[in-house]
Design a protein around this ligand. Structure first.
Ligand SMILES: Nc1ncnc2c1ncn2[C@@H]1O[C@H](COP(=O)(O)OP(=O)(O)OP(=O)(O)O)[C@@H](O)[C@H]1O
Ligand SMILES: Nc1ncnc2c1ncn2[C@@H]1O[C@H](COP(=O)(O)OP(=O)(O)OP(=O)(O)O)[C@@H](O)[C@H]1O
Ligand SMILES: [Mg+2]
Ligand SMILES: [Mg+2]
Lengths: 221, 221
């Protein structure tokens, strides 16, 4: 479903080059529940961004849903991201002027879903992440962990095939983190949703069926 | 050194009122290493903001360094925050156009420190948090955990009397988190720096000498 072959990613800063990813080979099948672990700065977010087609490799090949992403037009890539992928950002990336409800609803508007269906889905999703009392709050009227949960709700509300979750429990207490993981485990079992986590949280690692360790841009085998 | 008496904090959202803090009594002495724990949304960040004089209670009294903060002028409050308090924000709040070095240096400029001394302190601090190779990176050229460490370096570089740390290890792997806690423990032992953490991380709780649990705006005793 997703495959990376000899993928590298370089960033340039003035004269220096940062080798964020140094030759990644990775295969991910449908329905997997995978965790990517490694020290701060080791390349986890970079890798997730490439898989999610939010960024492109410096070299190497990435296939998503059996398509070489470097050969897709912007329009097709955009559709792939909206219809197939749900992304939970490490920094949440919520829209400041929209409420928790509106932020969560946004991807469904892009999909052209009708109002009645959107309302049902958004309410249920926000309830699943424990935020039904906070639907009218904007991000700056929410706690850190509440913002994280809006980011989670927004990524899951389209019922995507692939969920890329960048440190989804970082700002959550143990109990809330477990509730989120149980929700994701259920989606994985019921819909065969593929989950790829980047995490420092041992609870997430325990839920994962496969763990890849990344250090300094390489996956340790 | 810090005392809160019957402190409440209300937020208004349209017609509804959110009671973020519901009568907090708390005494913190110099040199303490305290952790504040509780579920997402329970009031931890709100409490830290009040102690750090970044916000004011709806009712109740807050004393910092034996002064009633509601009686201080803006100028005195500002000096209190700059000279005495170091704040590590849950969302980092780095200045996007400044590099890691410049973000860390900023509080020393406010203190009017000379260039040679600033240079020595900033370099040492960024080295302590493992970022000497990243001093020229701006926030958007850093990983989540690297940004968190810049926020930490910036809060500690003035060698403040009181450090308010809002989830300082949330985006760090275990090893890096421990290194940060060891640094803070050393400052606490050498300088009697007072540390107040809000955290979901059991590692931080283990380092703390006192733990307060907060649920729904109240401290459980
Ligand atoms: N500006 C605001 N307007 C309305 N409600 C607010 C505002 N800021 C915070 N709140 C609410 O106050 C409560 C406490 O928020 P706070 O940020 O202190 O929680 P927290 O314990 O730090 O949570 P977390 O662990 O998720 O960071 C939350 O329920 C939040 O929704
Ligand atoms: N735009 C950029 N320019 C230069 N270097 C960058 C840029 N973005 C990321 N980097 C560097 O690439 C490396 C990998 O970053 P990445 O965000 O993937 O790490 P990470 O494993 O997610 O870390 P964390 O656990 O701290 O979130 C880091 O050393 C970072 O400084
Ligand atoms: Mg990251
Ligand atoms: Mg908080």
């Amino acid at each position: 479903m997703i495959s990376l072959k000899d993928v590298t990613k370089e960033y340039r800063l003035g004269k220096s080059v940062i080798n964020a990813l140094r030759g990644i080979d990775l295969e991910i099948n449908e329905g997997e529940f995978i965790s990517l672990c490694g020290p701060s700065g080791s390349g986890k977010s970079t890798l997730l961004n490439l898989i999610g087609c939010l960024d492109f490799p410096t070299s190497g090949k990435i296939m998503v849903m059996d398509k070489d992403v470097s050969e897709l037009s912007d329009a097709v890539l955009s559709r792939l991201r909206n219809n197939t992928i749900g992304f939970i950002f490490q920094m949440f990336n919520l829209i400041p002027v929209l409420t928790a409800y509106e932020n969560t609803e946004y991807p469904l508007l892009i999909l052209g879903m009708n109002r009645k269906e959107r309302q049902a889905r958004v309410s249920r999703m926000l309830d699943e992440v424990g935020l039904s009392k906070f639907i009218k709050h904007k991000p700056d009227e929410l706690s850190g962990g509440q913002r994280q949960r809006v980011a989670i709700a927004r990524a899951l509300v389209t019922n995507p095939k692939i969920v890329l979750a960048d440190e989804p429990t970082a700002n959550l207490d143990s109990q809330t983190g477990i509730e989120i993981l149980e929700l994701m485990k259920m989606m994985n079992e019921e819909h065969k949703t593929t989950f790829i986590f980047s995490t420092h949280d041992q609870k997430v690692v325990r839920y994962a069926k496969k763990v890849y360790n990344i250090t300094d841009g390489r996956i340790n085998s």
